[in-house]
Ligand binder design. Structure first.
Ligand code: LLP
Length: 433
């Protein structure tokens, strides 16, 4: 996930993400999403604009559900990855349940008319109000991350006279995930409870009138490319369930979190089916219902961010391509040194000249750089570029920094490109002040 150092040899020719993102293809000289030209979208709707492929989201979701057929399992799409209402509705239609981390995400699901009975609530800092709200709504499961939270949950459940369905999120102390900011399952992280503390909570609250003990949960990290850490997590969980059973606490379900990584540029992630195969083999013998919380692997590859070249310049011999999207629109490169390829959405018949440039945004920070020393066709003012792998943790992490309105979001289905969130206006920028 680290950006390539300028001295490393760039791949030549530049990487073409259409080779691993099937719903985006070349039609002649035009890059298309399903059957819609990205150039047309940019002309009609402006830039920067997020574009998502409905078919890609469906294919990824269905790959999970098909590969998990042999297991009693529920896929709880992780809303934080992309919480656009149209995408939530789409996934609900395919049969997905949902993983949330805030009252705001619950509200988004309610606005999408999705039943709270399909909702799992994780998160290390749920407020009393959020817990009350979720109890009243009747969600499927609370993944509790501390003793203090369990006490509030119990209180609120008693006050509302509603038994709370609960699991404890354990911290299995497994190192996984692509960047230290997105690994979560190690003892030094804030998430979950270490095993002795979790076991103590299960035991002391075993007979609570207001807690309905359902299961155990974990999530070890995100952008996991190596199945070894997943296997270790699952082995630990299986051990824990065994210990609880011996303590007389039979659990019905086990929530393994999300985390499967995707290919952005050079990564070699396992496929969804391989991932599901490992989960099935490890957990089937337990006879528990399994919950999974994938986010990135469902929506990540389904989206691109379209951006237009404002200008090109050369500083002390170093070429820069300045585009109209900035770190406020898409923060993964600045925050995690993530490498997202950027390519033109048009190509000519002749071999283009390749330059190595920094692709940067207009925000007043040196960190506002999408790619360093990146091999790209020579481009000029007005050309539209696609930044790939932008479907997850893209728009949801956008801000108005530098008083920049957030981008539009478009959902493509075949030849239809629907605006699923309009571009923010200048008026939106001052709204509420
Ligand atoms: N479940 C829980 C409890 C989580 O904390 C997360 C992600 C997921 C599920 C979904 O994980 P996924 O399948 O998407 O890896 N902003 C970062 C990623 C942060 C992930 C936080 N938790 C990024 O852009 O890489």
């Amino acid at each position: 996930m680290r950006s390539r150092a300028p001295s490393e040899t760039p791949p030549a020719p530049p990487i073409d993400p259409t080779t691993f993102t099937p719903q985006f293809r070349w039609r002649g000289g035009d890059l298309i999403c399903e059957r819609t030209s990205l150039a047309e979208i940019a002309t009609r709707h402006g830039t920067p604009t997020y574009v998502y492929s409905r078919a890609a989201i469906e294919a990824n979701y269905r790959e999970y559900s098909a590969a998990l057929r042999g297991l009693s399992a529920t896929i709880c799409y992780s809303v934080k990855a992309n919480s656009n209402l149209s995408i939530l509705r789409l996934l609900a239609r395919y049969g997905s349940s949902f993983d949330i981390v805030s009252g705001g995400e619950l509200y988004r699901l309610q606005q999408s008319e999705i039943s709270p009975s399909r909702v799992v609530f994780s998160g290390v800092g749920k407020t009393r109000e959020e817990i009350g709200e979720a109890l009243r709504a009747g969600i499927l499961l609370f993944n509790v991350e501390s003793e203090a939270e369990l006490e509030v949950l119990q209180d609120e459940a008693a006050r509302l006279r509603k038994r709370a369905p609960v699991a404890i999120r354990v911290n299995p102390d497994v190192e996984a995930g692509g960047h230290r900011h997105i690994a979560t399952g190690c003892h030094q992280h804030k998430f979950g409870l270490d095993w002795p503390a979790a076991r103590r909570l299960y035991r002391t609250h075993r007979d609570s009138q207001w807690l309905n003990w359902k299961g155990i949960s974990a999530h070890v990290g995100s952008q996991i490319l190596d199945l070894k850490s997943l296997r270790r997590e699952l082995e630990r969980l299986v051990e824990f369930v065994g210990e609880l059973r011996r303590d007389g606490i039979p659990l019905q379900c086990i929530d393994i979190g999300g985390g499967l990584g995707i290919r952005y540029a050079f990564e070699k992630p396992p496929s969804i089916s391989q991932f599901a195969g490992i989960v099935t083999r490890a957990l089937k013998p337990l006879g528990c219902h399994v919950l999974l919380e994938p986010g990135r692997s469902i929506v990540g590859p389904a989206g691109v961010l379209l951006t237009r070249v404002i200008l090109t310049k050369v500083n002390r011999g170093k070429p820069f391509v300045v585009v109209d999207a900035g770190m406020n629109d898409f923060i993964r490169p600045a925050l995690y040194s993530a490498v997202h390829p950027v390519t033109p959405i048009k190509r000519g018949k002749t071999r283009p000249k390749i330059i190595r440039a920094d692709i940067v945004g207009p925000v007043c920070e040196s960190g506002d750089c999408f790619l360093h020393d990146w091999p790209i066709e020579e481009v000029q003012e007005g050309d539209v570029l696609a930044l790939w792998g932008a479907g997850a943790y893209g728009f949801v992490e956008a801000s108005n920094y530098n008083a920049r309105p957030r981008p539009a979001e478009i959902l493509v289905s075949g030849i239809i490109a629907k605006i699923v969130r309009r571009r923010e206006s200048r008026n939106d920028l001052v709204h509420g002040e």
